[in-house]
Design a protein around this ligand. Structure first.
Ligand SMILES: Cc1cc2nc3c(=O)[nH]c(=O)nc-3n(C[C@H](O)[C@H](O)[C@H](O)COP(=O)(O)O)c2cc1C
Length: 201
């Protein structure tokens, strides 16, 4: 009798299906959405180095992005040399934080790839923007901080970055993204505006 009761207890503990109410998830908030909501531009970094494996994880996430005709026109330059970071900071008016980061990623696009008509001339920038956003979200998701600092469409900035990195003419730098462990000063902003949403039912 005693054994029988123990068997029942074990049955309920181990074999009883997980209650249905416990299986339901809030579709308005999951791990992906939490990362999207937590992402913010991070411009102050701690001394902790970002590893090569972490940078590679960011590269893999970036290259998951959609692109026009699946052209994948992007290329990425990973700068870990402080002198090069300083040269880039000197060239970019709103990127003075670059040398304080552990690494700087320059997202570039091949402006000639897959272009068969003039209207497609800027597809590379759209594709590389999608890759950049993936990269920023991936950074947030693994506890890293990053900021998109603008290069394209400013001719002077493009020329300066091209000179520093010795880029060919068809390769256009879109942005410079400093990556590092956040010093903890920046917080996400609440930017949701219901009036920006238009429902056509
Ligand atoms: C196209 C683009 C260019 C940007 N350029 C710079 C820049 O040069 N320097 C900078 O510190 N932040 C730059 N930012 C980051 C914005 O300032 C930032 O995204 C915005 O203030 C919203 O803040 P959040 O990213 O924390 O939500 C840029 C962002 C985008 C999308």
């Amino acid at each position: 009798m005693k054994l029988y009761s123990i068997a029942w207890v074990l049955f309920f503990i181990l074999l009883m299906p997980f209650p249905v109410w416990a299986q339901t998830t809030d579709i308005t908030m999951n791990e992906t959405l939490k990362t999207i909501h937590k992402r913010k531009s991070v411009r102050t970094f701690s001394e902790k180095e970002v590893s090569k494996a972490e940078i590679e994880a960011l590269m893999k996430a970036a290259m998951c992005a959609p692109s026009s005709k699946n052209n994948q026109p992007w290329s990425f330059y990973i700068i870990r040399n402080k002198d090069v970071m300083q040269k880039l900071a000197n060239a970019l008016p709103y990127a003075k934080m670059l040398p304080k980061a552990s690494a700087v990623i320059i997202v570039c696009g091949d402006s000639t790839k897959g272009v068969s008509e003039p209207d497609q001339a800027f597809n590379w920038a759209l594709d590389c923007s999608a890759a950049s956003q993936n990269l920023l979200l991936a950074a947030e998701s693994i506890g890293l901080g990053a900021t998109w600092t603008g290069v394209f469409p400013y001719k002077k900035r493009i020329r300066a970055v091209r000179d520093v990195l010795q880029l060919p003419e068809n390769v256009i730098p879109l942005n410079a993204i400093p990556i590092g462990y956040p010093a903890g000063n920046e917080k996400p902003k609440d930017k949701f505006k219901p009036e920006s949403v238009n429902w056509i039912d």
